[in-house]
Design a protein around this ligand. Structure first.
Ligand code: SF4
Length: 137
């Protein structure tokens, strides 16, 4: 299978804090598949490191309420072009871009709520199945 995977899960240091979330167990389970790492926030032109963002009332905001919704949306469109022929995507849970069933609550409290990130929503609307990193294990 051809599988799009959040670049931070693959090992790229593309998170807002300059770290990765490399998941060795997941990568082992995916051996034999063609993996396409993708980071919609880098596609949006966001720097590393950068301020963290959360979704509140369908807007993508920094803690000081700078609205990055449109910029991230364009990043999702651009990222999608790179993974549009994938069979499935495996994206990083809780991220405002890649979260699948859970995201932070929009108040920067560390609490999570049910919901999905902007890139996940976009890919699902386009018809690509999306799993999180634990679904595949
Ligand atoms: S946007 Fe997705 S791929 Fe990029 S750092 Fe956040 S969770 Fe990882």
């Amino acid at each position: 299978m051809k599988i799009g995977i959040s670049a931070c899960l693959y090992g790229h240091k593309c998170r807002y804090d300059g770290a990765d979330k490399k998941n060795e167990e997941l990568l082992k389970a995916l051996e034999g598949n063609e993996l396409i790492p993708i980071c919609p926030e880098l596609c949006a032109g966001f720097p590393i490191p950068r301020e963290s963002i959360e979704i509140l009332n369908d807007r993508v905001l920094t803690k000081d309420k700078t609205d990055l919704t449109q910029q991230l949306y364009q990043g999702c469109v651009s990222a999608f072009e790179q993974i549009k022929d994938c069979d499935i995507l495996i994206l990083k849970e809780k991220s405002p871009s890649c979260g699948v069933r859970e995201i932070y609550d929009g108040f920067f409290t560390g609490k999570t709520i049910k919901g999905s990130g902007l890139f996940t929503r976009y890919c699902l609307e386009k018809g690509i199945p999306v799993l999180n990193e634990e679904d595949f294990m």
